[in-house]
Design a protein around this ligand. Sequence first.
Ligand SMILES: CCCCCCCCCCCCCCCCCC(=O)SCCNC(=O)CCNC(=O)[C@H](O)C(C)(C)COP(=O)(O)OP(=O)(O)OC[C@H]1O[C@@H](n2cnc3c(N)ncnc32)[C@H](O)[C@@H]1OP(=O)(O)O
Ligand SMILES: Cc1cc2nc3c(=O)[nH]c(=O)nc-3n(C[C@H](O)[C@H](O)[C@H](O)COP(=O)(O)OP(=O)(O)OC[C@H]3O[C@@H](n4cnc5c(N)ncnc54)[C@H](O)[C@@H]3O)c2cc1C
Length: 673
Amino acid sequence: MASAGTGKMTVNPDIAKERRNAGFHVENLTNFIYHGPERVRRRRYMQNIALQDPVMKDSKPWAFRTREEEYELSLRKQLHVLQRQKDLGITDEFDKFYYNEATAPNENNPVGLHFGMFIPTIEKHGTEEQKKKFVQPAKDLKIIGTYVQTELGHGTFIRGLETTATFDPKTQEFIVDTPTLSATKYWPGNLGKTVNYCILMAQLYSQGKCQGPHMFLCPLRDLTTHQSLPGVELGDIGPKFGFNANDNGYLRLNNFRIPRINMLMRYSKVLEDGTYVKPANSKLSYGSMVMIRASIVGAVSRALAQACVISVRYSAVRRQTEVSPGGPEAQILDYQTQQYKLFPLVATAYAYHFAGQAVQSNFLNISKEIEAGNLQQMPVLHALSAGLKAFSSWGASAGIEVCRMSCGGHGYSLASGLPKIYTNITPACTYEGENSVMMLQTARYLFECAMMVQKGQRLPDLVSYLSMDLSAKSCMTSDVALGCLVKAYQHRAARLTNAATAVVQRHINEGQKPTDAFNMASTQLTWAARAHCHQYVVKVFVTTVTEANIDDRTKAALTTLCKMYAVNGIMENLGEFLQDQFFNTDQVDILTRKMMTLLADVRPDAVALVDAFDYHDKVLDSCLGRYDGNVYYALYEYAKSSPLNEKDVLDSFHKYIKPLREGQATSSLPSRL
Ligand SMILES: CCCCCCCCCCCCCCCCCC(=O)SCCNC(=O)CCNC(=O)[C@H](O)C(C)(C)COP(=O)(O)OP(=O)(O)OC[C@H]1O[C@@H](n2cnc3c(N)ncnc32)[C@H](O)[C@@H]1OP(=O)(O)O
Ligand SMILES: Cc1cc2nc3c(=O)[nH]c(=O)nc-3n(C[C@H](O)[C@H](O)[C@H](O)COP(=O)(O)OP(=O)(O)OC[C@H]3O[C@@H](n4cnc5c(N)ncnc54)[C@H](O)[C@@H]3O)c2cc1C
């Protein structure tokens, strides 16, 4: 059974009926999503331990907490969790991930960047000596770190960073410095108050020459007193759109000295005499960003999935408007427009989930090659992770907002859980590379591939479709076969890549510099990159369902969703599929009809499809997304717990409203206005 979790109230009859009528067995789909029954059992076991823990039990809804309380609670919980996991001997990465997912659904982990970026960066970019010196103390939380790159003046343009690290051979130290206001580091997570160390990205100077941005291990606070070290000024940057349990920080360094060993020297080095040794590829130091970009695809899929669980369950229990006069009000899930808002998003959540797994596995495979010294696939991995990060975070952000609005007024309350999901995930469009910029990186790669096609060269598998025959028309017939859908997406991406490449070439032929030509074509280049990412997601989804080893009914439900994802993407971007008459009018009619049929096909399975994500009520933390559907009870209880209700009559009444009335009583009001 999918997670229930809330009290002993009876289940709302509408949602109970939905579950009875589903055409497939939810548990089978859950097993498929999480790689088998054993993993599902383990996931629930881990999450149960976490949820039973008294330290995890909240005394009041998070929304009623101040920022300081949020930060403190989050820190307390996360440090407790680490200790618990140690005590319980939980070491498996999956176990830890699921345990963590259940412990802090609403807080941004104050040691997240320590474990997610600081330690992995040392492990990947440090020498054996550095790993020995720093990794164990970091794992034991003797040093706590983060990744400090962005400055007030520069986030995107890493080569433009102004913080300097100048080697002094006399003392065998680097002098790290913030030379200008715009060089102030700004935004890094957990920098303000939590960490005592960081990976600092700074321009390396040695023997009077700038060698570009490099990574340094920089102490920031005294390891005992936690006071900021002399020469270090840092703090929190204040409240943000979301992410408020996180002390994103600022940092200024005033000619602060760190030992030579603190430069991460696995790939590039500064020798004792100041000689600089170049890495095999200067972009190796961007590796930590690539790693996180690859994992963001999975993270945004989970956020969108949670928003879908909430909005679909709510739509099943919410009744609004008599369909015929005097008759019962319909479940809003029965309105086709509501289905059209939500079902493609459910399909998208599944699509991103599978794409996230595929990107992650590409990342792991190519990383192994990079570790072994083979850097050939670095550009492929960069183009894939940058583009998919942008494509999926844009899609998820927009989708979560649709989920919120599909819940009407109640979606606007923080009680729905939806605003929090949105504000937590929408910065993924910005951090780890602003999305348009990331799309342009992917486009740059596609442009190079298009040039290879022009020269008759062979392309890597991931982009081999770019050499397809663009004069071919669509094979789409009324059965809307999966293979034809994939071909359609590949055709669109190849055509847009060719078109954008042609624009760049035209500008160059007209005398523009290549960089200017690229900028003049950049909007069209991002269309190509978006289309490329879209075809990747469709292809992964199609391959996943085609190869899925599951029972027929589950496979049928998943195939319906897969078609819905692909057909909906065509309908939403119809112009791009029609411009060269790839589809004819009849085929567009077929697809339009198919879209409506698919909505009806998904309808009986909708609740089961979101239940299959298996999110516990405590993880969703939503009055609208409760498994038992008792949303009005939850909203009423939530309202009652508002701190404004602690007193019936507030002091402010006595201070402001009452005197006004008394004043009015004594003043002579004008007889007419
Ligand atoms: C934290 C917990 C984690 C747990 C996991 C859970 C999942 C997520 C959960 C969310 C947690 C939230 C934490 C938030 C963390 C945020 C941290 C940050 O934002 S940190 C701050 C993040 N900040 C950013 O992301 C900044 C974004 N900016 C950049 O990355 C770069 O400035 C740039 C790529 C835009 C340009 O770089 P530039 O040096 O000017 O390069 P050029 O343009 O001159 O191109 C030269 C050539 O290099 C090529 N190439 C480039 N990169 C790579 C690569 N990686 N590889 C290979 N190649 C690469 C490029 O294609 C080109 O090739 P070609 O055409 O010549 O053949
Ligand atoms: C919640 C959050 C957490 C963060 N955590 C960290 C962290 O832990 N560590 C860290 O170092 N940083 C962190 N950051 C900073 C983040 O990585 C940067 O904000 C991000 O890389 C974008 O850079 P920017 O702010 O300079 O945007 P800008 O580059 O100023 O972007 C502004 C606009 O300019 C456009 N633009 C910029 N350059 C180009 C170009 N070349 N071509 C076309 N358009 C362009 C962009 O598309 C965008 O529309 C975090 C940010 C947030 C919001």
